[in-house]
Design a protein around this ligand. Structure first.
Ligand code: BGC
Length: 599
């Protein structure tokens, strides 16, 4: 009974990808497109942080913590090669770049600041801006100075002030050129890997401490946000936090234990931090392991935006074994990335919905995959971008998307084995080469975006050409109408605003100007001939109507998912001169004036 109820109230969302055309999407023209990296993963020579120590330590069996004994070393040498890397971004066509600032470079010893290192980041930001790319800075991306780690890092709440002070220094130096700031990258990952699974530093497996560290990091976010926002002139800067979401779904949808552990994991990993940020109260609770009440009345209102990092989901199998109460399993039907994550774009859509409950703008601060063969990268990109577009269509306030990652880099415990880059990096020569599989990302970034009214075209451009079929059966190319003023009126029989506007168009455009070189054509969105003929009869208009199967003509002018009731006025040379949306009196009159002025 319980399982049946759970199964019904939490349907497993999986789309029929064979029936979906993933290229049939547009993003708003204001949408931010970027790539993301993190200091320790790309810069090289970060020898003064917690990861440097970790990369040189061994576990109790004497085995290196990092896959194949890798160390981050010179990484992608981004510290020196950033000008070249900015050119790579320009080649992609992106207009934003998310990177992190390495605390251990700025404050190598407690209270001692390296202003030369700080000015290096300023140089990077200036170079980005000169290339038309907006810098987005993260203040903590898994790494911090050794001295901070030795003090107990975020295990102790009295250490929070050190992070706030570092953040304040950096912010004051760069706030005039960095408009978007992330305090922490993925506190839940930092805590899960460093204090639960023990595969990131400090390598502990202590659920109680995990709860404390999460609470301290969230409080550190709150204090940092409040501090930075108290600096005069910071009103315009957007400050937020980056949350990773992995859904924990039951491996066996008929098994109560799988449901139970999925719920516990979703609660500690995602629901608890989100609830804390929204209300200031929540609890980090795992039965029999940890029950940490978190409360901070200052927390609500500390997000100008939320960053979402999304990769995939986990399938949870509960067990009757106190030593290992759950495990993660895989399903045969899933397409897997090299990280062992299933391709699950539907989960991206779900995560966007979940995070939208915070009711603040969303940036997708990371999304991507490890795929050494480059075989599934295109499919991944197409599906995940489609999923994000679906969320956007449901009016979820997504402002931008950052692909992880610009180039191959040091993938933490996995070392250099995981190839996340749009660009492949040769570790010997440091040469960067664009992967073929990155093309769908480039195509989408460079695709014309829809404006806030859903238009893909602008006034002043040549109208795209197409052939249409009138209800009379006559076929005509738009370009054959050169020499006349053409009004394309996008309409449909079910559209009440269109019905209201059409009699006016009949009188004010067709009857008034049909003998003076003006043609108006109603282009009916994806309806059969009989419906269109009946529609015309009901309205009583006499200007020609044309059919538009699959809204393909509409789709040349506006995002297919946007509404009808729009007029496109095209002058005698084929240039678009006026665009209307809905039937607004003022705009309608302006359109009539425009038409008159052309005659
Ligand atoms: C992290 C990145 C990491 C990526 C891929 C994210 O959780 O923020 O640093 O490289 O996942 O695993």
């Amino acid at each position: 009974m319980v399982v049946a109820y759970l199964s019904q109230t939490n349907p497993d969302i999986e789309w029929d990808w064979n029936a979906i055309n993933t290229s049939d999407i547009h993003f708003p023209s204001s949408f931010a497109w970027g790539t993301a990296t993190a200091a320790h993963q790309v810069e090289g020579n970060n020898t003064n942080n917690n990861w440097h120590v970790w990369e040189r330590s061994v576990d109790d069996k004497g085995i290196s913590r990092i896959h194949e004994n890798d160390t981050s070393g010179i990484a992608a040498d981004h510290w020196n090669r950033y000008p070249e890397d900015i050119s790579l971004m320009t080649e992609l066509g992106v207009n934003h770049y998310r990177f992190s600032i390495e605390w251990s470079r700025i404050e190598p010893q407690k209270g001692y600041y390296d202003l030369i290192a700080l000015s290096h980041y300023r140089k990077i930001c200036e170079a980005l801006i000169a290339a038309g790319i907006t810098p987005v800075a993260t203040l903590h991306h898994f790494t911090h100075p050794i001295w901070f780690e030795e003090m107990g890092a975020f295990e102790k709440d009295e250490n929070i002030e050190h992070f706030v002070r570092f953040s304040e220094l950096v912010f004051k130096e760069l706030m005039d050129i960095v408009p978007i700031w992330c305090t922490f990258n993925e506190p839940s990952v930092f805590v899960a890997q460093g204090y639960f699974n023990g595969i990131f530093p400090p390598g502990k497996k202590d659920p109680v401490l995990a709860g404390t560290v999460l609470e301290n990091m969230l409080n550190a976010h709150v204090n940092t946000y409040r501090k930075l926002k108290s600096i005069p002139g910071s009103e315009e800067n957007q400050i937020g936090l980056v949350k990773n979401i992995f859904q924990f779904d039951p491996h066996r949808r008929w098994h109560l234990l799988d449901w139970a552990f999925s719920k516990i994991l979703n609660d500690v990993y995602t629901n608890a931090p989100l609830k804390f940020l929204k209300t200031g109260n929540s609890s980090f609770y795992m039965p029999g392991m940890v029950d940490n009440e978190m409360s901070n009345s200052e927390a609500p209102g500390t997000l100008d935006f939320i960053g979402l990092n999304y990769y995939s989901r986990m399938h949870v199998k509960g067990r009757v074994n106190p030593a290992e109460p759950f495990v993660f399993d895989t399903r045969e039907q899933d397409i897997m990335t090299d990280m062992g994550y299933p391709l699950y774009a539907e989960g991206f859509y779900r995560a966007l919905k979940t995070i939208s409950e915070l009711e603040v703008p969303i940036y997708v601060t990371e999304n991507g995959l490890a795929d050494d063969t480059d075989n599934i990268r295109p499919l991944f990109i197409e599906r995940y971008l489609y999923a994000m577009n679906q969320a956007l269509k449901e009016r979820i306030d997504i402002r931008g998307y950052f692909y992880w990652s610009l180039m191959d880099n040091f993938e933490w415990a996995e070392g250099y084995s995981m190839k996340f880059g749009l660009y492949e990096v040769d570790p010997e020569t440091q040469d960067r080469n664009l992967r073929e599989g990155s093309q769908p990302f480039i195509d989408m970034v460079n695709k014309r975006g829809a404006d806030e009214r859903g238009y893909l075209v602008n006034v002043g451009e040549m109208a795209p050409d197409f052939t249409m079929e009138y209800t009379s059966g006559k076929k005509l190319k738009l370009s054959e109408l050169r020499g006349q003023v053409v009004v394309l009126q996008f309409t449909a029989s079910w559209c009440s605003v269109c019905r209201k506007e059409m009699p006016h168009l009949e009188k004010d455009v067709w009857q008034a100007f049909k003998d003076k070189g003006v043609v108006i054509i109603g282009v009916d969105r994806d309806e059969p001939l009989e419906t269109v003929l009946k529609f015309q009869k009901e309205i009583g208009t006499t200007y020609p109507l044309a059919l538009d199967p699959d809204a393909n003509i509409f789709g040349l002018f506006a995002d297919k998912k946007a509404g009808v009731t729009r007029n496109v006025v095209i002058d005698q040379d084929g240039k678009i001169v006026f665009l209307t949306r809905l039937f607004e009196e003022k705009e309608y009159q302006e359109m009539l004036e425009k038409i008159k002025s052309l005659l």
